[in-house]
Design a protein around this ligand. Structure first.
Ligand code: ADP
Ligand code: MG
Length: 661
């Protein structure tokens, strides 16, 4: 029955079926899974005389059409007016551009109207109210009416009727797939009950129970999948037990230009102990920007190389990959480790030589972008895979990389400070270590929001810093919907800066430049040949030039909090006092609030939480680029308790039935 096409249902003709198909709804089953976005409380039917005149709430009346007429005040505007009476008064139902209603709402028609009351010239009106012509269908009790997210031109009334029909014929076919014992123990409604309840809940409590069941089911499936992944790559896999070598480790520490923070030492210890175990490591290292994750990766990599193995490190952009290669070269080169960089545009001859070196084991460490995943890349003995800025890599990419080795240890690093709720959803398959301490001598980046009228002041300050031998970033406005990622804005700003302040030696970096050009500009900036880097948000992630002390962001109100925090993280990486100047004329209270948060808050986790509060989970959760799974009912921010329950239950089930037979 669930497979039956909707066109076969009573009351759904070919036209309606086509409209439903545009919503992706073909079968009875599709219709049942088409979940309401919200609910309207229709409220009791009121006598017209008792309508609340001031209220903006939906109100509902039942009456009979006394008169109806239509007119066309402008060529593209048609107005239908129906006078509806119920014996206590008259209400005018006004409809725009639905001329056919003049025919449908003939005098004498009984109907129920739901809408907001408007007073015009002393008249009671409802504009485009919902109307139900078959009031027998309406029990007048009020209750919750589902509101569906998309309509493809269908009214909510039609959608509701279609769902009702689908429920009538399909409900009995809805199968329970959670283990019955689990459903009993957690006192969840059965699946068919929950589906019925989410569409037409009798009351708030039924709705809450239905929602909880469907949210649990979603989180449970996700957690079960993650637990399966984990079992496959961690628990069942035969890994390489890297012998820890205290002497080698000492050489590593001695060669460092600084001593590790306590947090770094703790995380390195977590990592090395994972690596020593015969099972593959599967660990996420979280640390705010600038907390020093690279050196943790370097320690792990050195440990792998000392065990006679190889390591790979993958980064989301070429700039970052290039920079990691340089940092690892710095940290490990003098210890005899050979680090090489592979990007998509390495010349064929050098690429070939590199691939040979990897296959023979002469090259110990490969750093690169997605090119590392290429089928032609083979290692002699890959035992460690590090991925940076994990949020841009999915589970699949991680698995691809892991598949290149003999169940290598996997280390994932992220600077995106995500609250625990999300970490569980995203990384349910990983163990987590947090670097919750900054290297010594770091001072919080002094952050100021300036009005565009103070722009001159901002650039004078920037020039002063440059005069003292410091460097600066100028980040260009985010151009909404621009196809070039803001490249034009960057080019323009760079041109103006060069003309007005030629002595600043400004360079330009944007996503439209070729890889070689980008790399050359970054090198020049790192080597101090350029003092000011005018850039789009391509500098957002991971760029590390400790001599840079000013981050100036133009039109800062257009950036999200997380992004501003990432941008700010590009400075304050040395011991010199650093500054973040946010130039903005915010047009919304939220944008203003973001700027204030930036001025006051420096901790990445706290910023992430403020971000949640300001934007709401939907916004953040709705963006696909975070690699978040597509949840329809559950909200991993609000449903933390349910998420943890789902995680426990999923692991418990897998314990009892490891193959989910
Ligand atoms: P992130 O966590 O953002 O990747 P990095 O690993 O790039 O941070 O480190 C940021 C900067 O801090 C680098 O310049 C690095 O050399 C430096 N650094 C890292 N750890 C320490 C430490 N324990 N003491 C001093 N400086 C450190
Ligand atoms: Mg980094």
């Amino acid at each position: 029955m669930l497979e039956a096409p909707l066109g076969r249902l009573r009351g759904i003709g070919p036209g309606r079926a086509r409209a439903l198909e545009r919503l992706g709804l073909r079968t009875v089953g599709d219709m049942l899974e088409f979940l309401p976005r919200r609910y309207e409380r229709a409220g009791q039917v009121r006598p017209i005389a008792a309508l609340e005149r001031q209220s903006r709430d939906l109100q509902r009346v039942r009456g009979r059409v006394a008169a109806v007429g239509g007119h066309r005040p402008r060529p593209n505007l048609h107005i239908t007016q129906a006078a509806v009476q119920d014996g206590t008064g008259t209400l005018w139902a006004i409809f725009f551009n639905q001329p056919y209603l003049v025919e449908r709402l003939r005098p004498g028609t009984d109907l129920v109207l739901t809408g907001r009351v408007e007073i015009r010239y002393g008249r009671l009106e409802m504009h485009n109210p919902q109307y139900e012509l078959d009031p027998a269908d309406d029990d007048g009790r009020g209750g919750l009416l589902p509101v569906y997210p998309a309509t493809a031109g269908l009214s909510q009334k039609v959608l509701r009727a279609s769902v009702r029909q689908a429920l009538d014929v399909g409900r009995d076919a809805v199968e329970e797939f959670l283990p019955p014992a689990l459903v009993d123990r957690l006192q969840l409604p059965r699946r068919d009950e929950a589906i019925a309840g989410i569409h037409f809940p009798e009351d708030e409590e039924t709705l809450a129970r239905a929602r909880r069941r469907l949210a649990f089911e979603e989180l449970f499936l996700l957690q079960a999948a993650l637990a399966l992944v984990r079992r496959r790559y961690v628990e069942d896999a035969e890994g390489i037990a890297h012998r820890p070598d205290p002497e080698a480790l000492k050489r590593f520490y001695d060669a460092l230009p600084f001593t590790l923070t306590r947090a770094q030492r703790r995380v390195v210890a977590d990592v090395l102990s994972d690596m020593a175990a015969p099972r593959p490591m599967h660990r996420l290292v979280q640390g705010d920007v600038g907390s020093g994750k690279t050196v943790v990766a370097a320690a792990a990599i050195f440990n792998a190389v000392c065990s006679g193995c190889q390591a790979a490190m993958m980064a989301p952009t070429e700039i970052l990959a290039e920079q990691h290669a340089a940092s690892l070269q710095d940290l490990l080169g003098r210890l005899g480790v050979r680090v090489e960089l592979l990007t998509g545009r390495l010349p064929a001859r050098r690429r070939e030589a590199l691939l040979e070196g990897l296959a023979s084991g002469e090259v110990h460490v490969l750093v690169g972008t997605h090119a590392v995943l290429d089928r032609q890349v083979t290692f002699r003995r890959l035992s460690l895979a590090v991925t940076d800025e994990q949020h841009r890599f999915g589970v699949r990419q991680r698995a691809l990389l892991a598949a290149k080795g003999f169940s290598p240890d996997v280390l994932v690093m992220t600077a995106t400070p995500i609250p625990r709720t999300l970490a569980l959803t995203l990384y349910g398959d990983l163990d987590v270590s947090v670097i919750n301490e900054m290297p010594p001598g770091r001072r919080p980046v002094r952050t100021r929001w300036l009005r565009p009228s103070q722009r001159g002041q901002a650039y004078r300050f920037l020039a002063e810093q440059v005069a003292r031998g410091r460097q600066a970033y100028v980040v260009c406005p985010l151009v909404e919907g621009s196809e070039d990622g803001g490249a034009k804005a960057a080019v323009d700003l760079h041109r103006r800066l060069v003309r007005k302040l030629p002595h600043l030696k400004a360079g330009l970096l944007h996503g439209r430049m070729s890889g070689a050009e980008k790399q050359e500009v970054m090198r020049a900036f790192r080597d101090g040949e350029i003092s000011v880097l005018v850039a789009t948000t391509v500098v957002e992630v991971g760029v590390d030039v400790p001599n840079a002390t000013v981050m100036l962001v133009e039109d800062a109100d257009r950036f999200g909090l997380a992004q501003l925090h990432q941008l700010r993280g590009r400075v304050g990486r040395g011991s010199a006092e650093s500054y973040c100047l946010l130039i903005a004329e915010p047009t919304t209270p939220e944008a203003e609030q973001r700027l204030r948060v930036m001025e006051q808050v420096h901790d990445g986790f706290e910023i992430a939480e403020q971000d949640l509060r300001l934007r709401g989970p939907g916004e953040i959760f709705g963006t696909r680029q975070h690699g978040l799974p597509d949840l329809r009912v559950a909200d991993p921010f609000r449903d933390l308790e349910l998420l943890e329950l789902a995680r426990r239950e999923a692991r418990r089930l897998l314990e009892a039935d490891p193959r989910l037979r």
